[in-house]
Ligand binder design. Structure first.
Ligand code: FES
Length: 171
């Protein structure tokens, strides 16, 4: 493993970043001011995170320093510097959800997946995260799976549903 510009360890998974593809993606931003966040969003949408190579291209195309690009990207919590899983599971640990048992769900998911909150499984199928409140406290405890609030509260069933979906998609 080596270190990224953000200081985080790079994951073993090798993401192929074609610099020319990134340049094409950013063509619409050439010579425009104040569009750095949009460029970062486009790159993250393409790769699922912000690869170091792509950050360098953004800096070059926008005539900014890499430190500036990284500084802006790291300011926002929704930008990621390491590869994430295909399925993103977020457990709300806000007050309402905590009181109604989110800790048990989180521990169940950690055990089921063999990772801790903030980590991604080795096969990059799952990333497990916590959030402080997603704004639907009436449904507490809330688990958000791939941007949708899950009705399922049983950690084993949440994972089983996602694994079944994967098998169906693979067939
Ligand atoms: S505290 Fe969990 S949704 Fe508000």
């Amino acid at each position: 493993m080596s270190n990224c510009v953000c200081g985080a360890k790079k994951e073993e998974k090798k993401i192929q970043v074609n610099v020319n593809d990134v340049r094409k993606l950013l063509k619409k931003y050439e010579e425009k001011k104040g569009v750095l966040v949009h460029a970062l969003q486009d790159v993250q949408k393409e790769f699922g995170f912000l690869p170091e190579e792509a950050l360098k291209v953004i800096a070059e195309v926008m005539d900014l320093s890499l430190a500036h690009v990284y500084g802006v990207a790291s300011f926002y919590a929704h930008f990621y510097f390491t590869p994430r899983g295909k399925n993103i599971i977020k457990v709300c640990t806000g007050t309402a959800c905590h009181v109604r048992g989110s800790k048990v769900i989180l521990e169940g998911l950690e055990e089921e997946l063999g990772i801790k909150a903030g980590e991604t499984t080795d096969d990059f199928e799952f990333t497990l995260e916590t959030v402080s409140c997603v704004g639907c406290c009436a449904l507490a405890p809330v688990v958000v799976v791939n941007e949708e609030v899950s009705r399922e509260k049983n950690s084993k069933k949440i994972i089983a549903i996602l694994k079944n979906k994967k098998e169906e998609n693979d067939e």
